[in-house]
Design a protein around this ligand. Structure first.
Ligand code: PMP
Length: 368
């Protein structure tokens, strides 16, 4: 028995030494169990497909050939995305299994040991994680205290590190603010390599670098359908000049957009009218929630142009508030750790009822 356990340990140790030390050091991306809770932790759109569209969608589903590989280029879907997302004429796109996969493709296409990816902190964690996965360096330029771009630090970091790619989330996650457009444009101009403006939250910000694609060869604009109410489909797009996009496309795995996603996304984009209505409701509810949060003593709320709000608990601990919210059945994101997000939580804008449940639970947490 002991011998077996010992053997097991030794075998495991011998196997694990083949896993790169920098990978063994990482923790896997953690997704908490939200069953039965008001789920306001992941910037999902709370609204489902309108009932009126369901019969037609289901009918079309019957003719999807599950036995066949998907169209490798997703040509029909690409054409619809170019149209709905207003990709400028002459620009190309490549599709990803979520925009996460596009970040990975881009990193794979540029990766070399002495090269780095640059972004801003606090920021979206996948930029640094994927830099690590692909064996690249990562430079996170700190944002100013109010989470705006610190251009002095940014210029110096670009000069010093000469990044292969700079990711700018516009609006930024997890802070929710939209960076100054002139500052972003300066970064595009002075960057030695590629610049990706990640517009995951575009439906809630209504400000875009898409029209600038024709002005800058080094600029790429990334979008996703995730926040538009289609997170379950896993579909993102990277837009840019034809030559650059066709190089990035070489590292894409064939058939990365499955038949169900291609069919459903195409169907929805053909009936896209309802999407703007949903985004409009979320924008209005965000404004309402911002006002309500700002009126609470013990809460500092940050401006948001996204479908979520970052706030700081200034009286009592944020982690205690997070736990109390969980106990009341409301799941938000706990960002409370030493650093710029100390005492901060992030809440996604849900339906009016969900937002109400959150506000009620927050009041309970602060007064218990
Ligand atoms: N970019 C940003 C800024 C994000 O916050 C997220 C998801 N939270 C993504 C990209 C990834 O989105 P997806 O993979 O769902 O398209």
């Amino acid at each position: 028995m002991y011998e077996l356990i010992n053997r097991g340990l030794i075998v495991t140790e011998q196997l694990l030494k083949w896993i790169r030390p920098d990978i063994r050091e990482l923790s896997a991306y953690h997704v908490p169990d939200a069953s039965g809770m008001v789920k306001l932790d992941a910037m999902e759109n709370p609204y489902r497909l309108p009932d009126a569209l369901l019969p037609q969608w289901q009918q079309g589903l019957l003719s999807v050939a599950l036995n066949r590989y998907p169209d490798p280029a997703a040509t029909a879907l690409q054409a619809r995305l170019i149209n709905v997302m207003q990709v400028p004429q002459g620009q190309s796109i490549v599709l990803g299994n979520g925009s996460d996969e596009l970040i990975q493709m881009l990193a794979l296409a540029v990766a070399a040991e002495e090269r780095c990816i640059m972004s801003f902190e606090p920021g979206f964690v996948m930029y640094s994680m994927i830099a690590r996965f692909t064996g690249m360096g990562y430079v996170g330029v700190p944002l100013a205290d109010d989470f705006t771009l610190d251009m002095e630090k940014t210029r110096a970091a670009i000069e010093q590190h000469q990044p292969a790619v700079i990711f700018i989330a516009y609006p930024n996650n997890p802070t929710g603010n939209l960076f100054d457009a002139d500052a972003v444009e300066e970064i595009i101009r002075i960057a030695p390599g590629l610049v990706v403006v990640d517009e995951a939250y575009h439906p809630f910000a209504l400000s875009s670098f898409m029209p600038k694609l024709n002005d800058y060869d080094q600029l790429l604009v990334m979008r996703t359908v995730s926040k538009m109410g289609l997170a379950g489909l896993r579909l993102g797009l990277l837009c840019g000049g034809q030559e650059l996009i066709s190089e990035i496309n070489k590292v894409r795995l064939p058939y990365n957009i499955n038949v169900l996603t291609q069919y459903t996304a195409s169907f929805i984009l053909d009936n896209a009218g309802f999407l703007e209505g949903q985004a409009e409701m979320i924008r209005a509810d965000r404004e309402h929630l911002l006002k309500q949060l700002a009126a609470i003593e013990g809460i500092e709320v940050f401006p948001s142009q996204a479908n979520f709000i970052l706030f700081r608990v200034t009286r009592g601990g944020a982690t205690a508030v997070f736990t109390s919210l969980c106990n009341d059945g409301v799941l938000v994101k706990n960002l409370d750790k030493p650093g710029p997000l100390q005492s901060c939580l992030r809440v996604t804008v849900g339906t009016a009822e969900e937002n109400q449940a959150f506000m009620q639970a927050l009041e309970n947490a602060l007064h218990s």
